[in-house]
Design a protein around this ligand. Sequence first.
Ligand SMILES: [Zn+2]
Ligand SMILES: [Zn+2]
Ligand SMILES: [Zn+2]
Length: 106
Amino acid sequence: MASKPNKKATTGIISEIPECPVCFEPLTAPIYQCKTGHSLCNSCTRALLPPVCPLCRQDMTQTRSLLLEELVSKAQVTCPNKSAGCIYTMSNKDVEEHLKECIFKT
Ligand SMILES: [Zn+2]
Ligand SMILES: [Zn+2]
Ligand SMILES: [Zn+2]
């Protein structure tokens, strides 16, 4: 197999989170779909004025991609304060909870 192109390693994501086809950041819930079925991340969706898909120019819908959202919430990530020394690993959905008590927060 050919090796994958090198992705930028900014976030501490351990398991695979599908990335947004627009900004190439890992998808974050809520994930909305366009009429064609593209799934965009939360920040891209909110930045769309008017709300049309940047990829296919179809209207965005209020349909959430629950399958992707579940995948994203279950993905294992490292603490955002890893660079400060935190070695904590958790599901994506638990990050906010952990950050409240993370002793490495800045
Ligand atoms: Zn995006
Ligand atoms: Zn689209
Ligand atoms: Zn932490």
